[in-house]
Write a protein that binds this ligand. Sequence first.
Ligand SMILES: Cc1cc2nc3c(=O)[nH]c(=O)nc-3n(C[C@H](O)[C@H](O)[C@H](O)COP(=O)(O)OP(=O)(O)OC[C@H]3O[C@@H](n4cnc5c(N)ncnc54)[C@H](O)[C@@H]3O)c2cc1C
Length: 307
Amino acid sequence: MTDYGTLTPYLTTKRERGELAFWTDLPLSSCCSFKIGGPADFVIYPKSEEALIELVQLLRAREIRYNVFGNASNVLFDDAGYRGAVIFTSGLCGLTCEDETLTAGSGMPVTSLAVAAQRSCLSGLEFTYGIPGSVGGAVYMNAGAYEGEIKDVCRSSRVYNPVTGEVAVYSGADQRFGYRESAYMKAELIILSSSFSLRSTDPAAVRARMDTLMQRRVDKQPLDFPSAGSVFKRVNGFYTAKLIEDAGLKGMSVGGAQVSEKHAGFIINRGGATSSDVHRLIECIQNAVRDKFGVEIQPEVRTIPAL
Ligand SMILES: Cc1cc2nc3c(=O)[nH]c(=O)nc-3n(C[C@H](O)[C@H](O)[C@H](O)COP(=O)(O)OP(=O)(O)OC[C@H]3O[C@@H](n4cnc5c(N)ncnc54)[C@H](O)[C@@H]3O)c2cc1C
């Protein structure tokens, strides 16, 4: 067991002051959309940017491992849990609107942001409606759906660099967005908030588009089972779900993990799935698609090791 020194008294004091919430030995299965993962030594929810930054500084000074998450809807935690501190940003959920720009804290759900945009008569975020992630997670992943991508609307992000201790604004090319890629994947940066450039329009038209896209999700996706969404990235113009379906893998199971019958791009947790079930199923799918079509497919879901 790692020696966490005075971390627990520090967190207890901060909790008493209302600056954060925390749990020890909390199963990560209770914190993520896949419902998979053993206990984390610490699960911490800072309630402000200041509390988050101070916490990260302390963890770094004590050489305690940490990772920052939004809604954990694109991650596969390990059956052995996580040694260190898992930090969630849901307390960073402020929102401001200035002309046609919305600025949101990184912990705000993107679906709530889409609703806020619609209510402000602004268009551009409809495609995010129904993505179960946070602003920070969506920016980090350059999330996309139905011909929309975060890169089309995210003008800038305020980020904390734990190495230099500085807060900086990344805009335009600094964010280096690509297909399910961003500058944030290559550095230890923590996204604090992001600004989105939108267009004024008729709110009824925005609402209608959001409802249409949500209905498509309900019709096509296995939303009644835990999952992390589409497990694999698109490759060379191929729709990975189609490759998996054409390889005859719909319904294939390893333990409690199964290739969804409804959408072959999703691996669902049918109950009691472990991270090793999911890893073994991913490997089976990769091998079958390679053997049948000669195509290498890579996971989009982020694997978070225990150590
Ligand atoms: C049912 C379902 C449907 C989905 N549909 C879509 C879809 O249509 N399109 C799509 O793109 N994705 C989809 N996803 C996947 C997922 O919701 C998105 O990738 C989402 O953007 C992840 O956001 P999150 O807050 O959950 O990120 P998390 O899963 O919490 O984190 C993902 C990565 O981002 C990093 N991260 C998170 N927040 C920060 C931060 N503030 N600073 C720095 N790094 C951070 C984490 O360390 C991690 O590496 C779906 C998932 C599910 C379960």
